[in-house]
Design a protein around this ligand. Structure first.
Ligand code: GLU
Length: 293
């Protein structure tokens, strides 16, 4: 069950790899307004573990856009790239449970191993990991590591799930809230297969960094778009394995373009910066996304 928290904590967690668009503005406004209505805190977290795509100028622009929208957030702002040592500790904890294994396979090798058009896909539409490096003999692992071969760490999903069920004492669930409504949802982490928990180039993944940070920041309410709904299954699994508290979840609707497509950072026309330059006001933005005060 989610923990009872006296002072609710909410967070908006953008990745600084592009300009914020209307979809981000909506997410930030929903989160901010829920925090205010609940008498809680609104935190900002910069999710910059992708060192090749994150840029300081995007981060500066995010802060500027949010301030322009009239939002105020708690300090200090947490920047994930400053906490790799913390994620490494969580990895060590998972490793000690025996639920991780190194994967040396390249994207190309994985794609080549997935030959059947009927190969199962994960919720993001990527083929489930075909198990190339699963069960590698210890000596093969050590030889490759000694050669300096880069490797990711994957979750052995079967083992992880069995251990989490044992620890939890009941099937994994999460609580989705919407206004006054609460619904307990069954989590199905197995549909992600042996997911990457630490990438080759950094000692974490989106999934690991999010659950570790939400716990460290005392986040009681995770608010984010419905595109991350399925990710919650694996987040619950990691929370149980790492002994972290369970937040409440609210997955809000996505802002779409005129063709009904989810907005993307590459569509420059809906960036907040472009809309500002066109003379729109923060009140206009609220109206456009249906989040008027
Ligand atoms: N950083 C993620 C994004 O930009 C959001 C992560 C989350 O809210 O859990 O979509």
């Amino acid at each position: 069950m989610p923990q009872e928290m006296t002072a609710p904590v909410f967070r908006f967690a953008p990745s600084p790899n592009g300009a914020l668009h209307l979809g981000h503005a909506y997410s930030a406004l929903v989160t901010h307004d829920m925090a205010r209505a609940a008498g809680g805190r609104f935190l900002l977290r910069i999710e910059d573990i992708d060192l090749t795509r994150a840029r300081a100028e995007y981060e500066a622009q995010i802060l500027d856009d949010l301030a322009w929208l009239g939002l105020e957030w708690g300090r200090p702002v947490r920047r994930q790239s400053e906490h790799f040592a913390t994620y490494r500790q969580a990895l060590d904890q998972l490793d000690a449970l025996g639920v991780l294994y190194p994967c040396f396979a390249t994207r190309k090798e994985i794609a080549q191993a997935v030959t059947s058009p009927a190969h199962p896909l994960d919720p993001d539409g990527a083929p489930l990991y075909p198990g190339l490096c699963k069960g590698l003999p210890e000596v093969a692992i050590e030889t490759r590591k000694a050669r300096g071969a880069p490797f990711a760490l994957r979750l052995d999903m079967d083992k992880a799930l069995a251990l989490a069920l044992e620890r939890n004492g009941s099937p994994l669930t999460f609580t989705e809230i919407d206004g006054d409504r609460q619904e307990v949802i069954q989590a199905d982490p197995a549909r992600w297969g042996d997911a990457v928990i630490a990438r080759k180039e950094v000692p974490t993944s989106y999934h690991l960094a999010v659950v570790v940070d939400d716990a460290i920041q005392g986040v009681s309410h995770v608010t984010r778009g419905r595109d991350l709904y399925a990710a919650t299954d694996i987040h619950r699994l990691l929370q149980v394995l790492l002994g972290l508290p369970e937040p409440l979840y609210h997955h809000h609707r996505l802002i779409t373009d005129a063709q009904g497509r989810k907005l993307a950072k590459s569509q420059r026309d809906t960036s907040l910066a472009a809309l500002r330059a066109d003379g729109l006001t923060p009140a206009d933005i609220r109206r456009l996304v249906g989040q008027a005060i």
